[in-house]
Design a protein around this ligand. Structure first.
Ligand SMILES: [Fe+2]
Ligand SMILES: [Fe+2]
Length: 177
């Protein structure tokens, strides 16, 4: 069934936010029970990676002419979220203590929630107005088929960040040396 007025595209983006946030909420609850929940965090990272890729490939270019400064800010926020996800996964890999993991989770969730809210309220509504229903529907079909290229990095971290050996799910760690 074709969603009315191209709203399926917005739903897809909003559901991605809820899905990633849901994984992180579950991960946080597992931590509270004393369990690490590596699989939950991996799911969150994979879904987040996919969502950021779709936004940077399809959404941001459409909005950048009208909302250049806003899009630049959102791309910077992707970089911040990217870093925090990488840091949390590394903390988990190193078996950091529960409080350290909880603090890392809180940092990531705080940055992600603020970013998602900014998109939900600030740019997603403009997308439908910009595209109109039929183009929105066409974009939805394209977005649903897309796969994240192996090794893809968000624009804010694509250069000069180096990929560490063994980095997973497209979330390389940064190092300064
Ligand atoms: Fe985003
Ligand atoms: Fe988003």
């Amino acid at each position: 069934m074709v969603p009315a007025k191209g709203g399926g595209l917005l739903q897809l983006f909003q559901h991605a936010h809820h899905r990633v946030e849901g994984h992180l909420i579950d991960f946080r609850e597992e931590l509270e029970r004393g369990r690490p929940g590596a699989e939950l965090l991996a799911h969150a990272a994979t879904d987040l990676n996919q969502h950021m890729f779709v936004e940077e490939k399809f959404l941001f270019p459409l909005l950048s002419e009208k909302l250049a400064a806003v899009v630049a800010g959102l791309q910077d926020e992707h970089g911040r979220v990217w870093d925090l996800m990488g840091e949390l996964r590394e903390l988990l890999r190193r078996d950091a203590g529960r409080e350290t993991l909880q603090a890392g989770t809180a940092r990531l969730m705080g940055a992600l929630t603020a970013h998602n809210t900014a998109e939900d309220l600030g740019v997603y509504p403009d997308l439908l107005a910009l595209l109109g229903p039929s183009r929105a529907q066409a974009l939805l079909m394209e977005v649903e088929r897309v796969e994240v290229p192996r090794g893809w990095m968000c624009a804010a971290r694509a250069w000069p960040t180096r990929v560490l050996p063994g980095a997973e799910a497209g979330f390389p760690l940064r190092r300064d040396e």
